[in-house]
Design a binder for this molecule. Structure first.
Ligand code: UDP
Length: 315
């Protein structure tokens, strides 16, 4: 049993992680400033033994009293719509927030786990992307605020590892979806499902030929725990390597939900990556991890969540 600090613990991935850690008997201190996190993601954990929630912005300073065995740094808005809305907060949490979380881990002699991203590969010119690829990022574009903050976070994490001997893990996360996503998150999966449920037009950006590889949240979190428990520093890609065009995703959502929605084409956002697919050779070989949930099944489960959520909002 470990005492684990999860920054961004009320967010989409952080809240799933808090649940899994408590289920396996760990104690969890969840920190979140609630900029994109939601209390509803963790409301069932209040009063549960071993769970503490502190509303706090880790970009300012982080201190947690008592022993800490692991610091899992998941705090950051991660949706492209946030990149335009709160760019400076994203840069701060990726840089200052990561530095503070690393400082906490160092002071406590704790293991540090960084939630990094496939966005460090930018608009990749190597396909699929192995961890050894350095990426193709526009530092001054609208996505640069997230991509460069995460690249800085990886550099800082490795500097603490090399210079201070800190025990670290770095995961690179690929488009993850599932229950607890915000309905207004702006991502392709959440937008398409919410639009299809309402019978509204499905908004495909560009001509829909750009690709992504979508990972169901349970698979993703299982990968996090495997990496956390391993002796592999990383960076490690954890993502489902089955690649779809965005148009294929839109068509699958319509079909799976039996929706009458039509597809409409809207302008492609600036610097939108043309392709993305993880090379997971390392995750398979070193962690024995691979995804299990197919996109179709994941869409059904996510749609069930949004159906309940939106029905509750109507009450
Ligand atoms: N996308 C889309 N319609 C939407 C939302 C997103 O066509 O309503 C596209 C977006 O331009 C991108 C892909 O879907 O090419 C995945 O976008 P998302 O925001 O889910 O993730 P990211 O771009 O960060 O990979």
């Amino acid at each position: 049993m470990a005492r684990v600090v999860v920054t961004g613990g009320a967010g989409f991935l952080g809240s799933h992680l808090c649940h899994r850690l408590l289920e396996r008997g760990d104690e969890v201190v969840c920190l979140d400033n609630m900029v994109t996190g939601g209390l509803s993601n963790i409301s069932d954990l209040f009063g549960r033994r071993g769970f503490t929630f502190v509303e706090h912005d880790v970009s300012t300073y982080v201190w947690v009293p008592g022993e800490v065995d692991q610091v899992l740094h998941f705090a950051s808005p991660a949706s492209p719509i946030d990149f335009e809305r709160i760019p400076i907060q994203i840069l701060k949490v990726g840089s200052l927030g990561t530095h503070n979380a690393l400082g906490l881990a160092k002071a406590k002699g704790a293991r540090f786990f960084l939630a990094s991203t496939s966005e460090v590969y930018g608009d990749p010119q190597v396909h699929p992307q192995p961890e050894s690829y350095w990426g193709n990022v526009n530092p001054i574009g609208p996505r640069g605020v997230y991509d460069e903050a995460k690249r800085f976070a990886e550099a800082m994490t490795m500097a603490y590892h090399r210079h201070h001997g800190l025990d670290v893990r770095i995961v690179r996360i690929f488009n993850t979806y599932g229950p607890q996503m915000r309905p207004d998150d702006g991502r392709a999966v959440s937008n398409f499902i919410v639009q299809a449920l309402a019978g509204k037009p499905i908004s495909v950006y560009g001509d829909g030929s750009q690709t992504r590889s979508f990972t169901y949240v349970d698979d993703e979190v299982r990968g996090f725990l495997k990496l956390l428990d391993s002796d592999v520093v990383g960076p490690m890609n954890i993502g489902n390597p089955t690649e779809y065009t965005i148009l294929e995703l839109a068509e699958m959502v319509i079909e799976v939900l039996g929706s009458s929605s039509e597809i409409v084409f809207e302008p492609l956002p600036v610097d939108d990556p043309t392709q993305r697919k993880p090379d997971i050779t390392q995750a398979v070989a070193k962690l024995g991890w691979q995804p299990e949930v197919e996109l179709r099944t994941g869409i059904e489960r996510t749609a069930a969540y949004f159906r309940d959520l939106l029905a509750a909002d109507d009450d």
